[in-house]
Each structure stands twice: as structure tokens, then as C-alpha cells.
Design a protein around this ligand. Structure first.
Ligand SMILES: CC(C)(COP(=O)(O)OP(=O)(O)OC[C@H]1O[C@@H](n2cnc3c(N)ncnc32)[C@H](O)[C@@H]1OP(=O)(O)O)[C@@H](O)C(=O)NCCC(=O)NCCS
Length: 174
């Protein structure tokens, strides 16, 4: 499995992977309509092209035999949400905004490789911490982040379609 930085040429297959894996992170009550709204707005090929055309977004993909198995996206800069800016203590900080791996590769170590890539890049760039938001009901992801040293520092609301979901905010000091 190779990890590499995504380029504009990856936007379509990245979008397909993101749309396939996004429902895995949603709590059981999330409606299909709200998932579709989120995917259309935030995970389309055009959305990924827009992320990649801005310097503060970085995306890495995990690829084997021409197929994508997972991706991670980080965003540098001051958190815009005041709940997050208040909860995250250290500056400068980088958000690990998305980490999604196909079900078959869960528990394989691939997620660790992707996380380490994003965290190492933030550290090299001078970040004092990395932070993320995670649904409070996503037990597997919360366990994974705790294993990676992300401590609970607060809560925020996260919009999926017309629904506001309850997230934990976690920070890892570098
Ligand atoms: C979150 C994600 C990247 C983690 O990667 P992973 O390969 O599954 O992670 P790991 O297997 O290393 O770690 C998960 C831990 O949760 C544990 N776990 C699994 N199911 C669990 C559950 N239902 N409740 C609590 N813990 C659980 C695992 O046993 C493991 O802990 P361990 O290593 O101590 O045994 C991956 O599961 C994923 O892509 N999920 C779908 C998308 C998602 O939720 N992304 C995060 C959005 S914030």
C-alpha cells in the first residue's frame, strides 16, 4: 500500500471513495437525504478540486494496484468555529479534517499510516498541536483517536444536511 499526496487528477476517485466511506462515520439515525446533501455539497469532485486549490488543505491517499483504500485531509490555520477555537489550547494548530478507510482495511494498520502522515506533516510545518471533531457515537473512531494521543478537550455541533450532530473535539499536543 502506498501513501502519496493527492493531486487534482485524483479528484473524481477521491470523491467516489469519500462518498462510499462517509456513511460509516454517521450515527444510526442519520437520514439518507442528509447524507446525500452532505456528499453533494462537501464530497463532490468539484469540492475536492476546490480543497486542493487552496494551500491550507492537504490530502493524502492510500493506493494499491490502482485502487484507493483510504484518505486523510488536513487543514491548517486558526479554527473558525468559536467553540473549537476556545477548546483547542495550542497554536499554531492543524485540523485532521477527514480520515476515511474502506471497511476491509479497518484494523489493518492503514489508518495508522494515514494518521502518521498527516501528523508528521503538521509537526514538520511547525504546528504545536493537531485537533479533530468526531461524532460522539462513533466509538471506533474515538478509540482510534485516543490510541493516537488525541485527548478530549470539548464539544461542537457538526452539520450533516439539515441535522446538527454532536461531536467531541480532541487535541493532540505535538
Ligand atoms: C476511524 C478509522 C479511520 C479508524 O481506523 P481503524 O483501522 O478502524 O482503527 P483501529 O482498528 O486501529 O482502531 C480502532 C479501535 O477501536 C476498537 N473498536 C472497534 N469497534 C469498536 C466499537 N464498536 N466500539 C469501541 N471500540 C471499537 C478496535 O478494537 C480498535 O481498538 P484496539 O486497537 O485497542 O483493539 C476507520 O475505522 C474508518 O475509516 N472508519 C469509518 C470512517 C470514520 O468513522 N472516520 C472518522 C470520522 S471522524
Amino acid at each position: 500500500m502506498g501513501i502519496s499526496r493527492a493531486t487534482l487528477a485524483d479528484a473524481h476517485r477521491l470523491s467516489a471513495l469519500a462518498i462510499e466511506t462517509f456513511p460509516l462515520a454517521c450515527p444510526p439515525g442519520t437520514t439518507a437525504e442528509n447524507i446525500e446533501l452532505f456528499c453533494t455539497e462537501k464530497l463532490s469532485p468539484e469540492a475536492f478540486e476546490a480543497y486542493m486549490s487552496e494551500g491550507r488543505y492537504r490530502i493524502w491517499i492510500a493506493e494499491e494496484n490502482g485502487s484507493l483504500h483510504g484518505y486523510v485531509m488536513s487543514v491548517s490555520g486558526e479554527p473558525e468555529d468559536p467553540d473549537i477555537a476556545g477548546a483547542v489550547v495550542h497554536r499554531p494548530t492543524v485540523e485532521v479534517s477527514k480520515i476515511y478507510v474502506l471497511t476491509d482495511a479497518h484494523g489493518s494498520g492503514l489508518s495508522d499510516l494515514l494518521m502518521d502522515t498527516a501528523v508528521d506533516n503538521a509537526r514538520t510545518g511547525g504546528a504545536a498541536s493537531v485537533w479533530l471533531g468526531v461524532n460522539q457515537l462513533n466509538d471506533r473512531a474515538n478509540r482510534f483517536y485516543a490510541k493516537h494521543g488525541f485527548e478530549l478537550v470539548g464539544e461542537r455541533s457538526f452539520q450533516v444536511g439539515d441535522s446538527l450532530e454532536a461531536d467531541f473535539v480532541r487535541e493532540k499536543v505535538l
